[in-house]
Design a protein around this ligand. Sequence first.
Ligand code: FAD
Ligand code: NA7
Length: 486
Amino acid sequence: SNCKYDYDLVVLGGGSGGLACAKEAVEYGAHVLCFDFVKPTPAGTKWGVGGTCVNVGCIPKKLMHQASLLGEAVHEAVAYGWNVNDQNIKPDWKKLVKSVQDHIKSVNWVTRVDLRDKKVEYVNSIGRFVDPHTIEYIQKQGERKQLTAKYVVVAVGGRPRYPSIPGATEFGITSDDIFSYEKEPGRTLVVGAGYVGLECACFLKGLGYDPTVMVRSIVLRGFDRQMSEFLAAMMLERGIRFLNTTIPLAVERRADGKLLVKYQNTTTKTDGSDVFDTVLWAIGRKGLTEDLNLGAAGVQTYNDKIIVDHTEATNVPHIFAVGDIIYGRPELTPVAILSGRLLARRLFAGSTQLMDYTDVATTVFTPLEYSCVGMSEEMAIEKMGAENIEVFHAYYKPTEFFIPQKSVRHCYLKAVAEVSGDQKILGLHYIGPVAGEVIQGFAAALKSGLTVKTLLNTVGIHPTTAEEFTRLSITKRSGRDPTPAS
Ligand code: FAD
Ligand code: NA7
């Protein structure tokens, strides 16, 4: 091109957001280069191009979740008349890890081919700013190289945090390690009760290990409280242990190789300790701003995140950021992808469409999944006032639960709506099988202004669990019992 820079666009980070932005930009004729580099974890784990979601996030997590659900399904199958002869059904951890890793490697390969086909230049190095338009990196041979860009998109994502206590990095692992862990995890302490911690504990339980979740304050901060407490209760019922209001103090390796974890219950102020095979930190993630030399570009940050406006622009007008690295936005793959794509269209195709971060649906992949879109009950009360909202709710029993006599106690849904008029839906919450699949369609409906009136005029698909949303009848205000008759 006749542009005065080497590239129209340089993308720092080849994960969900960066790749989506780079690939979209070349569609409109831009000359694009994308950096992606993974620093190994303290335990030595590293992986290929594609970022967190593909390598150490959504994809391996969903596969392990599925593996754990299948274990449960084998037992249910007996009730349905299957002859399952081996009474001692156990997963082969090494085989599972290999299958998961094989899939990831095939995705890495497809990604590289796709970048080559689309003519996105890919450099497997860390990119850092030298000045607002210049990026420097070290080539494979060790030589330093610089290049210039008209626009820069920062999409470096984040990595798990480690607590600053003795033994944390030496003996603990994170979600960056678990999906390729060579050893069977065994008795595992999961520290942190965000969705990553709960999901890891749940698939480990489903695979027959013995997880304990250490909870500093509450489970699933930021999610609807009632739904979160239901999930914790369901996990407890399945035999997952909880250490509530507890913080870790130190991890030591014993002579037999097992890990001694010392901790403190902050409510009772008592110290305790226990022995585990594996300690997994799931205490949140930090943005990877530290290697970017953002000061040289003058880009403003907040803690380890980048501040952007409604156009994903930083305070430096030609430098943008998308995905997990931006401050105050949902950390989800489809959010990173859509915002990256829309940004490329605005930069290179004259589009004006902005990313809409409201009403993004999400799912927690516990055995009975929890999916939601829109406001929590607390948020609706805070925004609208309790007198202006109506909350519909119901426990329900999925048809497929009857034969294996599975408990209905935690299949539950809730619709938070305006109290008046057609009762616009503000939030939908669902705990049950395949919750993500159920809520995805309703998320589109909610974005289109879904009301309780519309839901009740919608003919259900029978027999499904999603059809419960077309039968809403019991309000919390009525005080009626939301449990089903049978
Ligand atoms: P990333 O995908 O993290 O990509 C950033 C890339 O940039 C990385 O490869 C990084 O190594 C690289 N990089 C960093 N600095 C530099 C540099 N200076 N130069 C070059 N490269 C650099 N989301 C969902 O929607 N659904 C889920 O079910 C889900 N499950 C998850 C489960 C787990 C265990 C985790 C950890 C996350 C999960 N997420 C899920 C979140 C999702 O993975 C992230 O929101 C998403 O990957 C963010 O994309 P990104 O492009 O911002 O960053
Ligand atoms: P989250 O959602 O940030 O959750 C982190 C969890 O870890 C949460 O339960 C925290 O408890 C707990 N935590 C944080 N620091 C500590 C320390 N030092 N010791 C013990 N426990 C701690 O992270 P996830 O990894 O689950 O999710 C990643 C991102 O995806 C997240 O940022 C969301 O935006 C979406 P707390 O509630 O703070 O007491």
